[in-house]
Design a protein around this ligand. Structure first.
Ligand SMILES: Nc1nc2c(ncn2[C@@H]2O[C@H](COP(=O)(O)OP(=O)(O)OP(=O)(O)O)[C@@H](O)[C@H]2O)c(=O)[nH]1
Ligand SMILES: [Mg+2]
Ligand SMILES: [Zn+2]
Length: 290
């Protein structure tokens, strides 16, 4: 029988099929082949007649895959960051954008907690990421005017919602569909960090042919999937049009003379994006040494 993995909890896969959700285990053969089934995977299962549990026999080829969160077949990533509590971390946001771009997944950004933005830094970030080319939504306790646009963007797609703990991912999904009623909890007052309330990746059906995936928050993200730091600038979408104009074909936009990317800093290229770029270059170089 065919189905879709909608949840994975302690080695048990919840597979949605035409006869309902069946709890399944994965066959050892996946471990041998180094495949781990993940949420979003289309699978073939065999159901035992005794206890109505099943085994995953086949994982069908994936349309897309992402490693953080580990999900398959998503069409879009909605990357959520709060402006405060926890404070917006552009380094981690840029890393997310690089990752989804690397895996060929269309992404947009949702900034939350606009109600906590007293000094209007939010507008600066909204403008910045829109200028770079991303769709940016903003929500806050008393302002959900972008909710309709967010809902429209979900239609007919599988969208994963990801970002650090405590930014309001589950809260946003509950706003999108109040029937879902996901667990949320307040951030720690002392550290301003989230409490890792969502523990599992879970695919939730919305209206026809639309699905949303709630995911646990994360506080760090490796870039180890990029093996060669020379590839990094390809994933900074706003660098591309200038990279062609650099004097050297293999310019890394670091110390080379007549670098068109560096010349654009302060104009079309934001300093904070360039700072992220340099930090990521160093991380990739360091990874390679091991
Ligand atoms: N002030 C304010 N608080 C918000 C907003 N959105 C969410 N919160 C609060 O932020 C806290 C964390 O929200 P969650 O939805 O649990 O966060 P999460 O991103 O799902 O966190 P994890 O599941 O731990 O990854 C809750 O107390 C929410 O009520 C907002 O727009 N403004
Ligand atoms: Mg959550
Ligand atoms: Zn250059």
């Amino acid at each position: 029988m065919k189905g879709t993995i909608i949840k994975l909890v302690r080695g048990i896969y919840y597979v949605d099929t035409e006869i309902g959700v069946i709890k399944c285990k994965a066959r050892g053969l996946f471990r041998e082949k180094d495949i781990s089934p993940v949420v979003g995977d289309k699978v073939e299962i065999r159901i035992s007649s005794e206890d109505q549990t099943g085994y995953i026999e086949t994982v069908y080829p994936r349309k897309t895959e992402l490693i953080r969160p580990a999900v398959a077949n998503i069409d879009r990533a909605l990357i959520v960051f709060s402006i405060k509590q926890p404070e917006l971390n552009t380094y981690l946001l840029d890393k997310n954008l690089i990752m989804t771009n690397y895996f060929g997944i269309d992404s947009s950004i949702c900034f939350t907690k606009s109600d906590l933005d007293s000094d209007e830094i939010l507008n600066r970030y909204v403008e910045m990421y829109r200028n770079i080319g991303y769709t940016v939504y903003v929500v806050g306790k008393t302002d959900y005017s972008d909710l309709e646009s967010i809902k429209e963007s979900l239609v007919g797609r599988i969208t994963s919602v990801s970002g650090p703990s405590g930014v309001g991912k589950s809260t946003l999904i509950n706003k999108i569909n109040p029937d879902i009623n996901l667990k949320t909890s307040s951030v720690s007052l002392k550290t301003e960090r989230g409490r890792h309330t969502t523990r599992h990746v879970e695919l939730i059906p919305l209206e026809k042919d639309s699905y949303i995936i709630d995911t646990p928050g994360f506080s760090s993200l490796g870039l180890d999937f990029i093996l060669d730091e020379r590839d990094l600038s390809d994933y900074f979408i706003e660098f591309n049009q200038y990279a062609d104009k650099c004097k050297f074909l293999d310019c890394m936009h670091i110390n080379e003379p007549e670098c068109a990317v560096k010349e654009e800093i302060g104009n079309s290229i934001y300093q904070s994006r360039y700072d992220s770029y340099i930090l990521f270059i160093n991380e990739i170089k360091k990874n390679r040494r091991y």
